[in-house]
Design a protein around this ligand. Structure first.
Ligand SMILES: Cc1ncc(COP(=O)(O)O)c(C=O)c1O
Length: 304
């Protein structure tokens, strides 16, 4: 997915030209994976660009930094303002936004306590992550041979750059095997999540989604979808899922800021009903919610 450059990137309090947003090759986080980041979407609305759950994303960035004991020099409100500034500077009606906080140049070695934190926020146009027709045609999943990292090895609640080694290994393995996306089980053999999405399975009239304890990120889209499902009188529970639950699902979908709501066509070549009626209803409503078209959730859309 090639990046389309935009005008400016916000770095440590200033808007700099896209090409000037550079760091030193000896920057600490490049070597040890100690960075925290977010992926946020901004949608075109009649009132101008609207960033979906921007404050919630910046709050999660702060929580990730807390877990890593990384001091963040900017408050949530300051990061929200900075994001709006960079989106306005891009002139784009809608875009993908990537804030990242990292230990920069100056210290080396695994003790991060003396390190200072740098923060950057970029935005650029980015289409549907799992394909334009992921909601209607669905994606083919493969259970990965890689296992989701354990809570006592790497904390899944922190959206840390280094932990994405696990996701990338699984993603590339799945693509090489001819699938669209990988699904990771945890050390106990229960479903954790996909490489960049949370999982929802419909069985016997209710939706089940694996929680943080199973090794999943606490997804903002997962939370949004749970709220939408409850409005539709669909029972949603956080719970454990085995791979058989996936093979026998009435329908299944995966969710994330980048992938939005993507239907699942098959898991390990076991075909599922795709897209199922719940997937379609929730996916369509999600498309309206993120664009500020549903009154109850208008406050989730933060205009720039
Ligand atoms: C590993 C992983 N799980 C789940 C998600 C979905 O999270 P969100 O809905 O907050 O984008 C993401 C995306 O950031 C992710 O990278």
């Amino acid at each position: 997915m090639p990046i389309t450059p935009t005008a400016k990137i916000w770095m440590n309090g200033e808007l700099v030209d896209w090409d000037a947003a550079q760091i030193h090759v000896l920057s600490h986080s490049l070597h040890y994976g100690m960075g925290v980041f977010e992926g946020i979407r901004c949608y075109e609305t009649p009132q101008g660009p609207g960033v979906f759950r921007l404050t919630d994303h910046m709050e999660r960035l702060h929580r990730s930094a807390k877990i890593l004991m990384m001091p963040l020099p900017w408050t949530v409100d300051e990061l929200v303002d900075a994001t709006k500034e960079v989106v306005r500077a891009s002139g784009l009606p809608g875009c993908y936004i990537r804030p990242i906080a990292y230990f920069g140049y100056g210290e080396m070695g695994l003790n991060t306590l003396p390190c200072s934190t740098d923060v950057a926020i970029a935005c650029w146009p980015w289409g549907a992550y799992l394909g334009d027709d992921a909601l209607t045609k669905g994606v083919r999943l493969k259970i990965s041979s890689w296992i989701r990292f354990d809570h006592n090895a790497l904390p899944p609640a922190a959206k840390t750059t280094g932990t994405y080694v696990n996701s990338s290994l699984a993603k590339v393995e799945a693509l090489n095997a001819g699938y669209d996306e990988a699904l990771l089980l945890n050390g106990a053999g229960l479903v954790a999540e996909c490489t960049g999405e949370n999982v929802f399975v419909a069985r016997r009239g209710r939706l089940v989604t694996p929680p943080l304890s199973a090794g999943a990120l606490e997804g903002i889209t997962q939370d949004t979808v749970a709220a939408i499902a409850k409005d539709m009188d669909i029972d949603v529970v956080e719970g454990d899922l085995t791979r058989s639950d996936l093979y026998l699902a009435d329908e299944m979908f995966v969710v994330g800021t980048a992938a939005e709501v993507s239907a699942v066509k098959s898991v390990d070549d076991r075909e599922l009903r795709c897209p199922g009626p719940i997937t379609t209803a929730i996916g369509d409503e999600y498309g309206r919610v993120v664009r500020g078209q549903v009154d109850r959730y208008k406050d989730w859309v933060e205009h720039v």
